[in-house]
Design a protein. Structure first.
Lengths: 461, 278, 304
C-alpha cells in the first residue's frame, strides 16, 4: 500500500478565481485532446466494408465546454464544503444516525414484506423488487467471503452460474450425460420423476454443488494473497463462463437453456387450470401470483442467508474468519487451521451464490452465458464494498441503491454501463469504506461499542 | 523426589536460509514451571529459534521435544503451523504486537479459545441452532476471558477495540490472549519492549504469577536486563546463532564470553548486562 | 515442422504485443501496488486512436506509408498517454492512501467507463481497416506448406525491440528511472529525499499508457481491426504475462508476454481455438499457485 504523507492534500488555500479559471482551462484543454479524435471523429464500417468517417465537432465542443464549467463548479463546491471525506460528524448527529440505523433494518424488513401488497398491480416494480432481492442475497453471500473472511473474490459469478446451470440441467434432463442415463436409468428417472417438486429438491442440490465448486476452486488458491487471489478468482470465473459457452453439447453454448421448470408452491404449480394454485385456493388465476410467489421465495432465501451469516459471525468459525481478516499469522499462532477456515468461507459463500443461481434459473426459465459475465462479479463486489464490508444492513442498502439506480438509467440504454462505471469510481472516492463504516462486536461484557472502520483490517488474502 | 522431565528439550537445532546459517547446532532445555530466558545481541537468531519452536519455520535440522505434565510427548520439529498450538499447546506473542486490532479485547481472547469452542459448537452445526451445550461452553470461555482481563487490569476496557488500547495494554492483552489458548509452554518475544519502568515491573509480576499460580512454563526473549535478571530461573545466551552460555542468571552475568559478545555488539548493552538486576 | 515454425513466428508476434501491455501492468504494480484494471482498456483506446489518426491521414491524401506509420505512432502514444494520466489523476490519486479494495474497485469502474466510452462514441461494431503494410517473405517452402514472414510481423517485432530498448534506457539511466525505483522501494523516504512522488507516479502511468498505445497500434496493423471489447481479455492475458515474468520486473514482463503469446498460438494451432482463453487463464492460475514470484521476480520472505 502507498506510504502515508507523500503528497500534501490540496495545498491551495488562498488561491482566488484566477486559479479556478486556470484549472478549468487546463481541464478543458485536456478534455479537448482526449476527445478530439474519439468524439470529434466518428468511424463506421461502410456498406462495402471499407471504413468511413464523419466529424462531430458540435458534440466535441459541448463536451469540452461541459468539462470547463464542471471543473469550475467542482472547484467552487470543494471550497464551500471542504475536502471530501474530511468531515467528521459531531457525536450528537452520529448518535441520531445510530438510532435511525437501528430502526432502519426492521423498517426495511417490514417494507420488504409488504412490497407485493403495495405494488401488486405494478408488474414492473415487482420484477425490479425480485431483481433487487436477488442482488441483496448475492451481496450477503459474497459478504461472507470478502467482508468477513477478507478474501478478495472477483469470480463470485462462477458459483451463481454453477447454481443456475446445475438446476437447469438437472431439472430438464435428469442427468446431463446421455450415456450416464443409459447406464443408470433409475437415477435419471428419479430426477425426472420429481415433477412439481423439482425445484424444491434441486435447490439444495444446486447450492451444495456450488459449495463443492467453492471448495474445488478454493483449495488451490489458499496460499495466494490480496491482488493475486483476486486475479485468480477472476480467471476461474472466466474459465467457467468460457467452458459453459463452448461446451455446446451440455450447455447449449451461447444459445443457453430454455424451458427450465418454474417453481411450484410446494408441489402446486402456479398455472391456470384445475390443479393450479389459484384454483386450489379459489381465486381467479393471475400471472401476478407467480411474481408475488417469486418475490417471497427470494426474500425467504435472502433472509436465510442473512440469518445464517449473523449466527455464524457469533460462532467460533465466524470469529476465526474475522480474525483471519485481521491477522492471519496471529491466527496460526493461536492454533487456528487457516486452510479449513478459508475453505469454509469459500464454500458457504459459494453455496448461497448457488441458491441464488438456482432461483435465477427458475425465475427466468431461460439462462445463457451472457448472464454470468465478469461485470456481474464486479457489480456484486461493488455492492459489498459500498455497503461497508461486513455490514449486513449496508449491503442491503447498497444493493437497493445500485440496482435501483441502475434501473433509473434504463432509459439511457447504451450509456448505462458508462454511467455505472463512473458512479463506481465516484462512490469509491466518496466513501472508500462504504456506507456503514463500523463494525459491531460479536460478544460483549458490559456494552456493545461500535468499532471504527479505520481500525478494521481488510484482510490480505 | 525425582526431577521432572524438562518441558522443552532442543537438541542440535539448525536453521539455514539459503546459504546463511541462522542457527547452528543449538541445544538447550527449558525446565517445567520455570522461566527460561533467551538473550543475545541483535541478530543473534533468537526470534528464529522462536519461529522454529512455534511452527512458522521448518528447521533444517535437529529435534525439539515437548513433554506435557501428563507425559504426552510432541516432536515440534515434525509438527507444523497451527498444529503446534492446537496439539502441543505452545502459544506465543510477537515482537511487533499482532493483536486483532478491529476486534474488541474480549473478542481477541475468544478467538484464542477457537479450538475448544469449535468442538463445543459441533463444528458450527450445533452452534448455529444455539444448542445448550454450546451456550454453556461459550459462557465458560467468556469467564476465562474475563478472568484474564481482570488479571491484566483491562476488565473495564473489555469492549474496546484492541487497536484503540494504549501500547502497554496491548502488550499485556497479547500475553493474556496467548494464555487463553491454555498453553503448556508460553513463548514471549520481547514482552517488555517499549514499556516504561512501572509497566516493566507490572509485567514481571504478571509473568511470575503465570509461572507460580497457573504453573505455565515460559520461554522468554528479552532485551530489558532488569526484567530478565529479576524473573528468569535460567538463561541461554545466543550469539550469531550459536549458544555461548547457559546457566543461572548470576553465572551468566559473570561469564566473560557473554560480556564480550555484548561488548563486541554494543557497549550500552554490555553495560546493561553488567548492571542489570544487580 | 514448417507448421511449427510458422506458429513460432505468429506466437512471437502476438507475444510482443502482450509484452508491451504487460509492461504497463508491471510498472504500475511495482510503484503503487495495485492492479490497474483499466490498463487493458487503455490499450483498446490506443488502438482506436491509431485507427482514427490513420483514417484522417489517408483521407487528407498522404501516401507515404512509413511517414503515416510514424505519425500514427506518435499521435497514438501522445493521446493515449494523456488518457493514462487522466485515469490516474481522477480515479487513483484520491485513493492512494486509502484501503486496498477502494482503488481496485475504482479501477474496475474506470475499465467499464473506458470500454463503454469507446462503445458509445465509436459504436459497437468491429472496425476493420484494409492491410496497411503488405507483402512479406517466404522463408521455406516444402511444397504443401510455406513458412511466411510478413512485413507486418517484422514491423511489430522491430518496433517492440526499439521501444523496449529506449524504455530500458529510461528506467535504468535517467533521473526519472531512478526516482521511479526509489518510489517503488519506499515512497515516504523518496519524498523526504526530494523525489516528487506524485509526478513520478503520473509519469509511470503515462509511460505505461504510451506503450499500451503502441501495442494497440500493432494489434490494429496485425489483425486489421479494433473493437471496444478487446481490452478486457487482452488486459487479463497481459496481466498474466506480467505475473508469469515476475511482477515488478520489466524484462520479466516482456518474457512473460512472449511466453503467453507462444502458448496461446500453439494451443490454438494444435488443440482447440475455442479454448485458447481457457488455456491462458489456466496458465495464470497454475503460475500463481506454483511460482507466485514468476520467472524473474524476487522471492518474498514471510515476515513473522
Amino acid at each position: 500500500m502507498a506510504a502515508p504523507a507523500s503528497y500534501p492534500a490540496s495545498a491551495e488555500p488562498t488561491a482566488g478565481f484566477a486559479f479556478i479559471l486556470k484549472k478549468a482551462v487546463i481541464s478543458a484543454l485536456v478534455a479537448l485532446v482526449l476527445f478530439f479524435l474519439m468524439i470529434g471523429i466518428r468511424t463506421e464500417a461502410g456498406s462495402s466494408g471499407q471504413l468511413i468517417y464523419w466529424t462531430r465537432f458540435g458534440e466535441l465542443a459541448s463536451i469540452v465546454g461541459a468539462v470547463f464549467v464542471g471543473s469550475i463548479v467542482i472547484e467552487l463546491l470543494r471550497r464551500w464544503i471542504g475536502p471530501v471525506g474530511g468531515v467528521e460528524l459531531p457525536a450528537s448527529v452520529r448518535g441520531g444516525f445510530a438510532v435511525l440505523g437501528r430502526l432502519l433494518a426492521p423498517a426495511l424488513l417490514i417494507f420488504a414484506l409488504l412490497v407485493p401488497v403495495i405494488f401488486y398491480n405494478q408488474r414492473y416494480l415487482l420484477d425490479l423488487a425480485i431483481l433487487v432481492m436477488t442482488y441483496v442475497m448475492l451481496g450477503w453471500g459474497l459478504n461472507i467471503v470478502v467482508g468477513l473472511a477478507g478474501l478478495l473474490d472477483l469470480g463470485y459469478v462462477a458459483f451463481y452460474a454453477v447454481g443456475a446451470y446445475s438446476y437447469a440441467l438437472l431439472a430438464q434432463s435428469g442427468l446431463p450425460f446421455p450415456h450416464f442415463i443409459d447406464t443408470y436409468p433409475y437415477v435419471a428417472l428419479d430426477f425426472l420423476q420429481l415433477g412439481q417438486w423439482a425445484f424444491w429438491v434441486l435447490l439444495p442440490v444446486s447450492g451444495l454443488l456450488a459449495a463443492l465448486w467453492g471448495v474445488i476452486l478454493g483449495f488451490p488458491v489458499l496460499r495466494l494473497r490480496g491482488d493475486y487471489l483476486a486475479i485468480v478468482t477472476l480467471a476461474f470465473g472466466e474459465i467457467i463462463r468460457l467452458v459453459i459457452l463452448n461446451w455446446q453439447d451440455l450447455t447449449g453454448g451461447p444459445n443457453g437453456i430454455s424451458g427450465i421448470p418454474r417453481p411450484t408452491v410446494f408441489g402446486i404449480p402456479l398455472t391456470p387450470g384445475e390443479n393450479g394454485f389459484a384454483a386450489m385456493i379459489g381465486v381467479p388465476f393471475s400471472p401476478t401470483h407467480r411474481l408475488v410467489f417469486l418475490f417471497y421465495l427470494i426474500l425467504a432465501l435472502a433472509l436465510i442467508t442473512n440469518w445464517v451469516t449473523i449466527r455464524l459471525r457469533r460462532l467460533p468459525i465466524g470469529r476465526a474468519w474475522e480474525a483471519m481478516r485481521e491477522d492471519e499469522v496471529a491466527c496460526r499462532a493461536l492454533g487456528i487451521n487457516i486452510t479449513t477456515t478459508k475453505l469454509s468461507a469459500f464454500a458457504i459463500g459459494a453455496m448461497f451464490g448457488g441458491f441464488a443461481g438456482a432461483f435465477f434459473a427458475t425465475r427466468q426459465g431461460f439462462i445463457s452465458p451472457e448472464s454470468f459475465s465478469f461485470q456481474e462479479s464486479a457489480l456484486v463486489l461493488a455492492i459489498v464494498v459500498l455497503g461497508g464490508m461486513g455490514s449486513q444492513l449496508g449491503v442491503a442498502l447498497a444493493a437497493i441503491a445500485m440496482i435501483g439506480g441502475f434501473e433509473l438509467f434504463r432509459g439511457l440504454d447504451q450509456f448505462r454501463m458508462l454511467v455505472f462505471g463512473g458512479v463506481m469510481v465516484l462512490l469509491m472516492i466518496w466513501r472508500p469504506r462504504g456506507l456503514i463504516g463500523h463494525r459491531a462486536p460479536t460478544v460483549f461484557l458490559q456494552k456493545r461499542t461500535e468499532i471504527s472502520a479505520s481500525l478494521v483490517k481488510e484482510g490480505h488474502g | 523426589m525425582t526431577t521432572p522431565a524438562p518441558i522443552l528439550a532442543i537438541d542440535g537445532l539448525t536453521m539455514r536460509f539459503g546459504g546463511i546459517l541462522a542457527i547452528n547446532e543449538l541445544s538447550f532445555t527449558a525446565q517445567r514451571r520455570q522461566i527460561t530466558a533467551l538473550i543475545g545481541p541483535n541478530g543473534a537468531g533468537k526470534t528464529t529459534v522462536f519461529n522454529c519452536i512455534t511452527g512458522f519455520y521448518r528447521p533444517s535440522g535437529g529435534t525439539m521435544t515437548l513433554v506435557h505434565d501428563d507425559g504426552a510427548t510432541f516432536r515440534l520439529d515434525r509438527l507444523h503451523d497451527f498444529r503446534i498450538c492446537k496439539y502441543a499447546k505452545v502459544a506465543r506473542t510477537f515482537q511487533n504486537i499482532r493483536l486483532f486490532p478491529g476486534m474488541t479485547a474480549l473478542e481477541n481472547l475468544m478467538v484464542a479459545q477457537h479450538n475448544t469452542l469449535m468442538r463445543a459448537s459441533g463444528f458450527s452445526l450445533l452452534g448455529l441452532f444455539g444448542a445448550p451445550s454450546f451456550r454453556a461452553a461459550e459462557r465458560q470461555a467468556i469467564d476465562l476471558a474475563r478472568e484474564w482481563l481482570q488479571r491484566i487490569g483491562l476488565l473495564d476496557r473489555a469492549d474496546d477495540a484492541a487497536g484503540n488500547l494504549p501500547y502497554g495494554d496491548q502488550r499485556r492483552l497479547e500475553i493474556a490472549r496467548a494464555m487463553c489458548a491454555q498453553p503448556a509452554l508460553l513463548c514471549l518475544d520481547e514482552p517488555a519492549a517499549g514499556l516504561n519502568a512501572n509497566e516493566s515491573a507490572a509485567l514481571s509480576d504478571l509473568l511470575l504469577s503465570i509461572r507460580d499460580d497457573i504453573g505455565t512454563s515460559i520461554l522468554l526473549i528479552e532485551h530489558d536486563m532488569s526484567v530478565v535478571m529479576e524473573i528468569s530461573d535460567h538463561i541461554v545466551v545466543l550469539d550469531h546463532g550459536v549458544k555461548i552460555a547457559d546457566g543461572a542468571p548470576r553465572a551468566v552475568r559473570d561469564n566473560p564470553k557473554v560480556v564480550a559478545a555484548y561488548l563486541g555488539a554494543d557497549e550500552e548493552d554490555a553495560a546493561a548486562v553488567m548492571e542489570g538486576g544487580a | 515442422m514448417d507448421y511449427f515454425f510458422q506458429q513460432l513466428i505468429n506466437g512471437l508476434v502476438l507475444g510482443s504485443i502482450y509484452g508491451l501491455i504487460a509492461i504497463g501492468y508491471t510498472m504500475v504494480y511495482g510503484i503503487v501496488g495495485m492492479i490497474n484494471f483499466a490498463h487493458g482498456d487503455i490499450f483498446m483506446i490506443g488502438g482506436f486512436i491509431a485507427l482514427i489518426t490513420f483514417l484522417i491521414l489517408v483521407s487528407i491524401g498522404m501516401t507515404m506509408v512509413p511517414v503515416i506509420l510514424l505519425l500514427v505512432l506518435l499521435v497514438a502514444m501522445a493521446v493515449t498517454a494523456l488518457y493514462g494520466w487522466t485515469v490516474e489523476r481522477i480515479a487513483y490519486r484520491p485513493l492512494r492512501q486509502s484501503f486496498r479494495l477502494a482503488p481496485m474497485l475504482s479501477a474496475i469502474g474506470m475499465s467499464f467507463v473506458l470500454s463503454n466510452f469507446a462503445q458509445v462514441s465509436q459504436g459497437a461494431r468491429v472496425k476493420p481497416v484494409p492491410p496497411i503494410i503488405t507483402g512479406g517473405y517466404t522463408l521455406h517452402d516444402s511444397g504443401n506448406f510455406a513458412v511466411q514472414l510478413s512485413n507486418v510481423q517484422i514491423v511489430v517485432v522491430v518496433t517492440t525491440i526499439v521501444l523496449l530498448a529506449a524504455f530500458t534506457y529510461i528506467v535504468s539511466r535517467t533521473r526519472f528511472g531512478r526516482d521511479m525505483r526509489a518510489c517503488e522501494q519506499d515512497q515516504t523516504m523518496a519524498a523526504l529525499l526530494g523525489v516528487d512522488v506524485d509526478r513520478t507516479i503520473s509519469m509511470t502511468f503515462v509511460i505505461g499508457a504510451a506503450l499500451a498505445a503502441v501495442a494497440g497500434m500493432m494489434y490494429l496493423l496485425y489483425y486489421g481491426l479494433v473493437d471496444f471489447f478487446m481490452g478486457f481479455i487482452a488486459g487479463i492475458k497481459a496481466f498474466t504475462a506480467a505475473v508469469l515474468g515476475g511482477i515488478g520486473s520489466l524484462p520479466g514482463a516482456m518474457l512473460g508476454g512472449l511466453a503467453i503469446g507462444l502458448i496461446e498460438t500453439f494451443w490454438s494451432a494444435y488443440f482447440s481455438v475455442e479454448y485458447k482463453d481457457v488455456a491462458a487463464f489456466s496458465i495464470l492460475i497454475i503460475v500463481l499457485i506454483f511460482m507466485p514470484t514468476g520467472l524473474l521476480g524476487r522471492p518474498e520472505v514471510e515476515k513473522v
